[in-house]
Design a protein around this ligand. Structure first.
Ligand code: FE
Length: 177
């Protein structure tokens, strides 16, 4: 009699274990599916619609971290922080022409700063991360993270587009040579 009870308990425990494994498996699959949908939805907002895996293959690890994962380069470390040649800065992810060197100014904040941009080239998104209220700036074509915009810039706009050097690529205006 005692032995029979033991077998029953063991069988029950075994069943319970199977149920638990099944629940874990299906909820994980569900989460992955939701993430995939989210990813697709986010990408659909932009003309250039690539998966994060595709971006990872195309970009350098640092570019991927900043452009796709909304990272930030270390202050005063970027190659365009102190860079004042005539030309254009394009998105390092997709080549979208973004900032004119005419609007670049020395902000002393540690990142390349511009006081103006063609508003059709970028999109701004409310960013409440790290307990701060900021406005994120992304490329309008590929959604790549560029930096943030603040309202402490010089005239005439009063804006400071604080941009990661890693997110942009400079092309010299050769007509001025
Ligand atoms: Fe882009």
């Amino acid at each position: 009699m005692k032995k029979k009870n033991h077998i029953r308990i063991l069988a029950l425990l075994f069943l319970l274990a199977i149920v638990l494994v099944a629940i874990t498996y299906f909820s994980d699959a569900q989460t992955k599916n939701t993430n995939k949908t989210k990813n697709t939805k986010a990408n659909q907002m932009f003309e250039i619609n690539k998966t994060e895996t595709e971006w990872e293959k195309e970009l350098s690890p640092e570019q991927f971290r900043i452009l796709r994962e909304k990272g930030t380069e270390r202050a005063f470390s970027g190659k365009y922080n102190i860079h004042f040649e005539d030309g254009f800065y394009s998105c390092a992810g997709c080549g979208n022409k973004l900032f004119d060197s005419k609007t670049k100014f020395h902000s002393h904040c540690g990142w390349p700063s511009f006081y103006d941009v063609d508003s059709s080239k970028i999109k701004t998104i409310e960013d409440n991360s790290f307990g701060m209220k900021r406005t994120e700036v992304v490329c309008a074509k590929c959604g790549g993270h560029l930096g943030h915009v603040f309202d402490d810039g010089p005239k005439p706009t009063g804006l400071r587009y604080c941009i990661n050097s890693v997110s942009i690529s400079f092309k010299k205006d050769t007509t001025k040579d």
